[in-house]
Design a protein around this ligand. Sequence first.
Ligand SMILES: *Cc1c(COP(=O)(O)O)cnc(C)c1O
Length: 374
Amino acid sequence: MRASAPGNDGFRQITTSHKQMQSFLEIKLKSIQQNTQTIVGLCREHGIRVLGVTKGFSGDPRIVDAMVAGGVDGLADSRLENVARLRGNDCKHEITLLRIPRLSDVKYVVGLVDYSLNSELDVIRALSCEAYKYNIKHNIIIMIDVGDRREGILPEDVVDTVRYVSSLKGVHIAGIGTNMGCFGGILPTMNNLRLLLEIKSSIESECGIEVEIVSGGGTSSLELVSAGTMPSGINQLRVGEGILLGTDTTRQTVIPQLAQDAFILYSEIVELKEKPSMPYGEAGFDAFGNVPRFTDMGVRKRAIVSLGKQDVNPDGLIPLDERTTILGASSDHMVIDVTDSPTPYRVGDMIAFRLNYQGLLFLSNSMYVTKKYI
Ligand SMILES: *Cc1c(COP(=O)(O)O)cnc(C)c1O
């Protein structure tokens, strides 16, 4: 046995308190609550109810509480595991399942959520059978593809589909919805949202049913609400990114009325040196099998922070110090150019980052990054 080896107590310390020093995610619950209030307030003026989308942080109950305190009309998540966690924490709010359900999951869908988004007849039929067994009606939102080409029934098929679905005994057609800005990168506009409203009218006149909910997308639809161009009749939005990060990725913008500081990641500098910007030697592949490309910028001052691709993809981070640039990362080391920053960084200092949606999704699932709520 090595004389200098830490005993069990030392090891326990590393796994608990020491971990908090290395990299931690600071979560400002107040900012999440304020962003929720701002969005809910804006939407309410236009007759739109807001579902708080919890998938960005795996249904973490403290963040859910902040959304609820901010006034969301319901919750929505894409993962049944997250919904189960919410229900396990005694969450009594209405929950919508965002991801179109798997045929093999209908039992859990009916048991765990109040609404689910659907686009496939086989699945809807199975949901109906399952709900019918318990003598209940499961609420479905029929998804319509107005152009993004991810999930949804094509507009010309909607009336036939709805006519058939409305004859099923275990489901209630609570509304229709669409999703944009996800797969095809198509933005919500007055045109494609008006199409959704026209479809609502055809359903009502041709199938003789009332369509209560018209769900017009997520954060990317907020822009139309602020601009006053949201067609009236859209009465639900499912908002995650705007509430959590105060940004709109589909437009690559910061939403000015919202706070962007709800999630800040801190990581410790473990090396700080001036080095040539060009690697030297015979070139092969990097740790992930890519051929890295570099521009010769001469000698630069570079910080390594103790953060890597095991924690987050560097594309998910935005340094708070705008004069610094992330150069890249391997599994455990991230290299940052700090040459142009006026901050006198030293080894042991913390570097702070904002997150984008991708970064948030990664970090909320990272077992290496401790979360601190303030
Ligand atoms: C994730 C998701 C949302 C929320 O999107 P944000 O851009 O985070 O507001 C809305 N609808 C569906 C179907 C989703 O999967």
